[in-house]
Design a protein around this ligand. Structure first.
Ligand code: APR
Ligand code: PHB
Length: 389
């Protein structure tokens, strides 16, 4: 088989790129390691920058998002027993939309199927070949039978643990990483959120986040040990710990109810440079990982997709390949700005047990300055709503 763009990975990066390319008349195929059921069941973050919303609209999949997504004009930062609202809209003129990544994935999968586009699920042993020559191709197995796809270009949208980045010779790639000494324990429950906007809380016992998926579905997180065992956390213990980390006015409003999803996620910052290797382009989590503190994971995948889609569109329109050649540099500039913001917010809001009391006082002072300075609040808001593409 020969295709214009072969996409490895059916997560948000691969699906959104595939949808945009298809609308531009560019042939794609997606090969995916997991089952369709697994892809659709993944629970991930839920805050979309306006740029991401615009891109989903451009891809023709914004319908449900505009019906069910919740526009948020502000976000609360809580510390020292009080919460402070950052008015994103008045400070930046922009807002964010709360809409689960699970829903984004569903919308993209549905659109791809409705367009009759091919996704091959449950593939194995994916290998990438000849990325430095004109005849690049992918091999993979499906039900024990080996297949080959020849492609003009290969989009490595296969996440942190995928085959794309690992197919690049070690001498051709540099990686930068920070692993944080804690994780996030998160639950989903069909209970009304305790607040209409997100609350990020810094507390001496640890970080907490109150988010949501709808007016009837809450998403809560608490900082935990990286090796925390879910079985050690009953719902009652989780809610008790969450309450203890929130200002009393919010803790008193917490509705509790049975969780239907509970998971622990480790936190890391990771960037691979460059993001292009001949005919292979790394996109999204395949090239970078951010701690979820700044809600940048999906939004960075979206900006990568924007840059790569525009470059491929120009290529197939007969323009020069300057945009393809500039992809890595353009994407990485926005990636590093978001990596910095996510790192900064993580360092400011989490408990670092080995850092001592001085560090805790500095964190409080940083938050105190942020919420009392229009300049500092504006800088925070600009990053949170998403820096320009
Ligand atoms: N072959 C084929 N598919 C693969 C392979 C492989 N070797 N390895 C991984 N995959 C698939 C995964 O099963 C997954 O469906 O690639 C997809 C990668 O999706 P994500 O990890 O979601 O990465 P991305 O699409 O870049 O989206 C980034 O998703 O994980 C969140 O927090 C992250 O919000 C961010 C967003
Ligand atoms: C979520 O709703 O899952 C969420 C929201 C904001 C974050 C991280 C996760 O920063």
């Amino acid at each position: 088989m020969r295709i214009q763009v072969a996409i490895i990975g059916s997560g948000p990066s691969g699906l959104l790129l595939g949808q945009l390319l298809a609308k531009a008349g560019i042939e794609t195929i997606i090969i995916e390691r997991a089952s369709k059921r697994h892809v659709l069941a993944r629970v991930r973050a839920g805050v979309l920058e306006q740029g991401t919303v615009d891109l989903l609209d451009q891809a023709g999949v914004g319908g449900r998002l505009h019906l069910e997504g919740m526009r948020h004009d502000g976000v609360l930062l809580a510390f020292d027993g009080h919460s402070h609202r950052i008015d994103l809209q008045s400070l930046t003129g922009k807002t964010v939309t709360v809409y689960g990544q699970t829903e984004v994935t569903h919308d993209l999968v549905d659109a791809r199927e409705a367009a009759g586009l091919t996704t091959i699920y449950e593939v194995e042993n994916v290998s990438i070949h000849n990325i430095d020559r004109g005849s690049s191709y992918i091999t993979f197995e499906k039900e024990g039978i080996e297949h080959r796809i020849d492609a003009d270009f290969i989009a490595g949208c296969d996440g942190y643990h995928g085959a794309s980045r690992s197919s690049v010779p070690a001498k051709a790639i540099r990686t930068f990483e920070r692993v944080y000494p804690f994780g996030w324990l998160g639950i989903l429950a069909d209970i009304p959120p305790l607040n209409s906007e997100l609350i990020y809380a810094r507390h001496e016992r640890g970080f907490a986040l109150c988010s949501m998926r709808s007016a009837t579905r809450s998403r809560y997180y608490i900082q935990c040990r990286s090796d925390e065992r879910i079985e050690d956390w009953s719902d009652a213990r989780f809610y008790d710990e969450l309450r203890r980390r929130l200002p009393q006015e919010h803790a008193d409003r917490l509705t509790i109810g049975p969780s239907f999803e509970k998971s622990v996620a480790p936190l890391r910052s990771f960037v691979a440079e460059p993001m292009r290797f001949g005919r292979l382009f790394l996109v999204g989590d395949a090239a970078h990982i951010v701690p979820p503190t700044g809600a940048k994971g999906l939004n960075l995948a979206a900006s990568d997709v924007h840059y790569l889609f525009e470059a491929l569109r120009l290529h197939y329109a007969g323009a020069d390949d300057a945009a393809l050649d500039a992809y890595s540099e353009r994407a990485l500039q926005r990636v590093w700005r978001a990596v910095r913001f996510s790192w900064s917010m993580t360092m400011m809001m989490h408990r670092f047990p080995d850092e001592g009391e001085f560090a805790a006082k500095i964190q409080n002072a940083e938050l105190d300055y942020l919420v009392s300075s229009k300049a500092a609040s504006t800088a925070f808001a600009e990053n949170y709503v998403g820096l320009p593409y």
